[in-house]
Write a protein that binds this ligand. Structure first.
Ligand SMILES: [Zn+2]
Length: 264
């Protein structure tokens, strides 16, 4: 009987959270991400990820938010994800996912650098990353960078190194006007709580000082599934389960990276 009560409560909470996400799209929010005035100032945003599928699996709420508000989004993927020798296939899959996410294909760049290859235990040099990312920001007049945080959602070393490279870039170019935001990694319970995590995400962003943290709800959670399904070579049962139960399908919490803090 107690189990039945728990299961029913979880279902009710799940549905209520999902309703909140879908309803949120029609209610104007006060402090909006990348929009502090009445006039929408369109920004040139660079999303930096490590592997094809990172964008669909973890960043869909951010991508749908930016695209739906008319920001100019570029993706820089630091590797082809060639750990299993499928780099060329995975590259194509990222272009297909980008089409689903409405990112212009000419704004998607996938690197295949000999020193930045996909894999655990393959450390990526933060100076090299900083140099490459800086070149990209100059080429496209980027003023906002979005990436993983220091834990990188899954703890993958390539995700973490990308964060270190961007911190290095911010530190080296602190006089320039680039702002950078990192996707906050949550603990394992929050990570697998699906839409239910939005409540904690909303509260943590609201109490974080000076608007330095924003909570972006995914107005179209099915987009995460459709985009991830384009990564056919990766679309196996456990990733299907992940996308269904992951809070990153429904919400992204972004925290501003301070240009003075360096991790390397
Ligand atoms: Zn990855």
């Amino acid at each position: 009987m107690a189990w039945l009560l728990i299961i029913v409560s979880v279902i009710v909470l799940w549905v209520a959270s999902l309703c909140k996400i879908l309803y949120a799209s029609s209610s104007p929010s006060k402090a909006m991400f990348l929009n502090n005035g009445e006039v929408l100032h369109k920004r040139n945003v660079l999303l930096v990820v490590a592997h094809p599928d990172d964008e669909s699996m973890f960043f869909t709420p951010t991508i749908t938010y930016l695209i739906s508000r008319g920001h100019n989004l570029h993706i820089l993927c630091m590797s082809t994800g060639n750990a299993d020798g499928m780099g060329n296939i995975r590259k194509e899959e990222l272009y297909q996912a980008s089409a689903i996410l409405k990112i212009p294909l000419q704004q998607v760049k996938i690197l295949d650098h000999p020193e930045l290859q996909d894999g655990f235990g393959k450390a990526w040099d933060c100076n090299l990353l900083a140099r490459i990312i800086e070149e990209e920001t100059l080429n496209h007049s980027i003023d906002v960078i979005i990436t993983f945080d220091n834990y990188g959602v899954s703890g993958h070393c390539n995700h973490r190194d990308v964060n270190h490279g961007i911190r290095k870039l911010l530190y080296d170019t602190s006089q320039r006007n680039i702002e950078a935001w990192e996707l906050v990694s949550t603990n394992i319970i929050r990570k697998y709580s699906g839409p239910v995590d939005i409540w904690l995400s909303i509260i943590s962003a609201a109490i974080y000082p000076d608007g330095q943290m924003h909570c972006l709800l995914n107005e179209h959670p099915n987009k995460s599934h459709t985009a991830m399904a384009q990564h056919m070579s990766q679309w196996v049962w456990f990733r299907k389960l992940f996308v269904s139960f992951s809070s990153y399908t429904y919400v992204n919490t972004l925290r501003k990276i301070k240009s003075t803090s360096i991790h390397a």
